[in-house]
Design a protein around this ligand. Sequence first.
Ligand code: NAP
Length: 243
Amino acid sequence: MVTAPNTIVWITGASKGLGAAMAATVPFPGATIVNVSRSEVPGIENVKVDFSDPGQWSRVEDDFTRRLGSFDGKLAVLVANAVYQPQFGFAGELGGDEFRKQVIANAAAPLFVAQAFIRACRPGFESALVMMSSNGAVQHIEGASIYCSAKAGIESWVQTVGRERKQRGHGPWIAAVRPGLMETPGFRGMLASTPDEFPAAAQIAKMVDVRPPSDPARIAKGIWKLIAERAETGALVDLGATT
Ligand SMILES: NC(=O)c1ccc[n+]([C@@H]2O[C@H](COP(=O)([O-])OP(=O)(O)OC[C@H]3O[C@@H](n4cnc5c(N)ncnc54)[C@H](OP(=O)(O)O)[C@@H]3O)[C@@H](O)[C@H]2O)c1
């Protein structure tokens, strides 16, 4: 007999990096784990979406509605973690198509997905929403204008929505997390940028020679602890500084 799960966890970008580490360390036995990204992850559920194409976003919205419509378990979680960053570059110098895709995937898609999750959550089960941010939200790094402004937008959104949820008295607990530098494919890709596209790469490479980037599994466990404790809603948590 197949028993219904007590917990459902969606992780955007669970195919690699921090998202994969989060999927591998889900602390809820028997949870249904759903990866949302362009590639599929064996052994867990998958919703294939390219976030740079808004025409595909309803796939994840439909998945929330379908699974949560009949959910009689205890906890639903969304970790909005994916980032689309194949290339860095100064504004006006990145190709128009690439600029558009990065803005859509990194600034708009996380908000759309998060609000679709809030809409699908009903009273009767607990829910938690973590949005992945970065120190880039406050650092203004040349070559990463879309990334930095997208993360600043995410942080503002989380803090505003946290207030809204307090006023309503129901709906998901929400937090924004700055995970700090981690050893991931995304991090390695950033270091491989040319100095012209992303001048900070050399400085970051020197920095991590002295203090290596964190293991994403360690940061993932810190995020699960945060979700388990669900302290203040709407909080901005800097795990890079505290773990
Ligand atoms: N690594 C760091 O040092 C660091 C520092 C601060 C903040 N962060 C934040 O932590 C989060 C994870 O970063 P990471 O370093 O683990 O990233 P990563 O190694 O580049 O992995 C990115 C994930 O996002 C997915 N993704 C990329 N483009 C996508 C698209 N167009 N549509 C759907 N999914 C897409 C990828 O899956 P597919 O390729 O299968 O689509 C992959 O699973 C991000 O939000 C990042 O901003 C990371």
